[in-house]
Write a protein that binds this ligand. Structure first.
Ligand code: MEV
Length: 329
């Protein structure tokens, strides 16, 4: 017998410190889970429909067999909810009886901003649904269901977002090869600057692919250099060498600019942070809008956040989150 109670799970957002985009081509990247989370509450229904309501996205609707019935939201509602529905179906396949669920999603993570909001939502939904149905899913299984569901909307994806939101902490990640935990004892004063320009990861991944196809002899060495930066940064992270980390962030940003994924607003925020004393600053995630991060001396976090805001961004400080996906109740 299944529990009729509601189960709530949550999963963290992430920032990529080093190696976004390069990671799609097999290079290592460093990613950190942060203290902003997405929450999913799941309840049994007495029919076999899957009802999903995302207050943050302003969309809700029912999936019944392969039909979608919109309750509210735009024409993209089905596409936006599909990865969530797919993850739920993967979990429901594990029980013999035909069951349906109601899912409520609340997230503190800005959407389409490079902070891994969609992977966090899918991982939280997967965890909550499996707990409700009393199915013990390993972290590996949660990450794999999340990745499969994410690929429906993002196309080519390295798997970095599903992995970090599932495991938390700070990871050196390599596509298809797994990850290694990096032991970062000291807190890193990180400020996020959000351009609030929404963008699609899939489109930016394809911009890089096209540039690489057009200029392989130029772009391939840049991708390789991106991987070397991530490897060099492991040591600097373990030794809390913020000066080196900042310099590596700046080099990483320059490579991403060369790949074609920065834009004028990101540049403004990155320069505002550097000019106000950040050790380093770079875009984070897919780019084309979304967010940048700055590594700040502890005593300058307020000034750097203000400089980012003055340059037109929305700034907030974040902390590392050791915990990945988890049950809340
Ligand atoms: C997105 O958070 C990071 C990218 O490298 C895409 C991916 O790795 O799947 C741009």
């Amino acid at each position: 017998m299944y529990s009729l109670d509601e189960v709530t799970a949550s999963a963290p957002a992430k920032v990529i410190l080093f190696g976004e985009h390069f990671v799609v081509y097999g290079e290592p990247a460093i990613v950190l889970a942060i203290d902003k989370r997405a929450y999913a509450s799941v309840k049994m229904r007495n029919d076999s429909k899957i009802y999903i309501n995302s207050t943050d996205l302003g969309i809700a609707g029912y999936f019944e067999k392969n039909r979608f019935i919109s309750e509210h939201g735009d024409q993209n509602a089905e596409l936006k909810l599909k990865p969530i529905k797919n993850a739920i179906q993967k979990v429901l396949e594990r029980v013999r009886k035909s069951v349906g669920v109601n899912v409520e999603i609340h997230s503190h993570i800005p959407v389409a901003a490079g902070l891994g909001s969609s992977a966090a939502v899918v991982a939280a939904v997967t965890k909550a649904t499996s707990h409700l149905l009393d199915i013990g899913l390993s972290k590996e299984e949660i990450a794999s269901i999340t990745l499969e569901s994410e690929r429906l909307v993002h196309g080519t994806s390295s798997g970095i977002d599903p992995t970090i939101t599932t495991y938390g902490g700070v990871l050196l990640f390599r596509k298809g090869k797994g990850f290694m935990q990096i032991d970062v004892k000291e807190d890193m004063p990180l400020i996020i600057g959000n351009t609030e320009i929404e963008r699609s990861t899939g489109e930016l991944v394809s911009i890089v692919r096209q540039r690489r196809e057009k200029y392989p002899s130029i772009i391939n060495p840049l991708i390789k250099a991106g991987g070397k930066i991530a490897l060099k940064a492991v040591n600097a992270l373990e030794n809390h060498n913020f000066t080196v980390l900042g310099e590596l962030m700046n080099i990483n940003h320059a490579l991403l600019y060369a790949l074609g994924v920065s834009n004028s607003q990101l540049e403004k925020l990155v320069y505002a942070a550097r000019e106000d004393g950040a050790y380093g600053a770079k875009l984070t995630g897919a780019g084309g809008g979304g967010c940048m991060i700055a590594l700040s001396p502890p005593e300058r976090t307020k000034q750097i956040a203000e400089a980012i805001e003055k340059a037109g961004g929305k700034a907030f400080a974040v902390k590392k989150s050791e915990e990945g996906v988890r049950i809340e109740n």
